[in-house]
Design a binder for this molecule. Structure first.
Ligand SMILES: Nc1nc2c(ncn2[C@@H]2O[C@H](COP(=O)(O)OP(=O)(O)OP(=O)(O)O)[C@@H](O)[C@H]2O)c(=O)[nH]1
Ligand SMILES: [Mg+2]
Length: 304
């Protein structure tokens, strides 16, 4: 039997259509929600399926590896060879998977995500985990935000309503951090991740200071060190790596989030540098060897 976990946002469609992210009445709209740019088609799909949706936010600075991670995650889920299985429900999700997989097959990384919200690809995927009676089914919704937009939103909340609404609705959030930068480039990554974590905490806090002290924020936070193919320290012990290299974030998570964990992931088995005629250098994947991609999501599904 498939059991759907109880969820506040579950409301079957009654003719009118509300935006799946912000609740705006989009019955008369095509394209995207005028308030937050969530695709209308996605909200329609969610309403007609009637399965409780779980928003998951994949956040991180520009270049942290969000697009590559999300694309590969979808590909692995769709292959159905693992404990966690996924089925992309619509063209958006297929588009992201296709963009990433096709690029990697041609030995290049996908392009940087544009900062305009209407150009973002949204992942909508039916996830099943567990076996037989304990089978759990949820609809996963995870947009591929641009790192630049995330940076602007956390420094001036409200600039990107789509980010605010999705972060607020997400029961699971992944904070992606470039492990090489964390190790070698000073405290910049630590400070950025800290700002991100405090933005999440503000949107999820019940409002009472005492609740925050009691780690009452229910969202599950997975900190994922990306590109761990080039940073063995992160892969070996992600929690220790965080304590040693991101002390501010590690301490903030300990104090604020009752449910948090550290992971290391990578998509490339090895990479090389290509220099074009004008001397510009570009990193290219030499072979694909996914590592630790599904684990953060498995943990999130188990914890929310
Ligand atoms: N070595 C290594 N490099 C990676 C890996 N994943 C991504 N990269 C590098 O990181 C770059 C950025 O990856 P993206 O997925 O585009 O990063 P993003 O977070 O989506 O960046 P924005 O779209 O600007 O927000 C890629 O172009 C690669 O050079 C990985 O698994 N290993
Ligand atoms: Mg991107």
């Amino acid at each position: 039997m498939i059991t759907a976990p109880p969820h506040d946002d579950y409301a079957p469609s009654l003719g009118n259509l509300s935006c799946a992210s912000c609740g705006f009445d989009i019955s008369d709209y095509e394209g995207s929600c005028p308030d937050c740019q969530t695709p209308v088609e996605l909200s329609r799909m969610i309403a007609t399926r009637g399965i409780p949706q779980r928003f998951v936010s994949v956040l991180g600075a520009s270049g942290a590896g969000k697009t590559v991670y999300l694309g590969l995650l979808l590909d692995l889920l769709n292959r159905g060879e693992n404990h966690l299985k996924g089925l992309a429900n619509d063209a958006f999700s297929v588009a992201l998977q296709e963009q990433v997989v096709t690029a990697l097959e041609h030995r290049v990384f996908p392009d940087k995500t544009p900062a305009e919200a209407d150009a973002w690809k949204w992942v909508h995927c039916e996830i099943t985990s567990g076996e037989k009676e304990r089978l759990k089914q949820i609809d996963l919704v995870a947009p591929d935000f641009a790192g630049e937009a995330i940076a602007m939103e956390i420094s001036q909340a409200g600039l990107y309503p789509a980010i605010r609404d999705v972060v607020k609705k997400s029961q699971g959030l992944l904070i992606l951090c470039d492990s090489l930068k964390v190790r070698d480039a000073g405290p910049g990554e630590d400070l950025f991740a800290m700002k991100l974590a405090s933005y999440i905490a503000q949107l999820h806090a019940s409002g009472k200071e005492s609740d925050r002290k009691r780690q009452d924020i229910r969202a599950a936070i997975a900190v994922v060190f990306t590109k761990s193919d080039v940073c063995p320290e992160a892969r070996e012990d992600p929690a220790l790596f965080a304590a040693n290299n991101m002390p501010r974030l590690a301490e903030f998570c300990r104090r604020t989030f009752g449910k948090h964990a550290f992971f290391a992931a990578s998509v490339a088995g090895s990479t090389g540098m290509l220099t074009d005629r004008s001397g510009r250098q570009r990193q290219i994947p030499l072979h694909i060897e996914p590592h630790g991609i599904l684990e953060p999501l498995e943990w999130i599904v188990a914890n929310c």
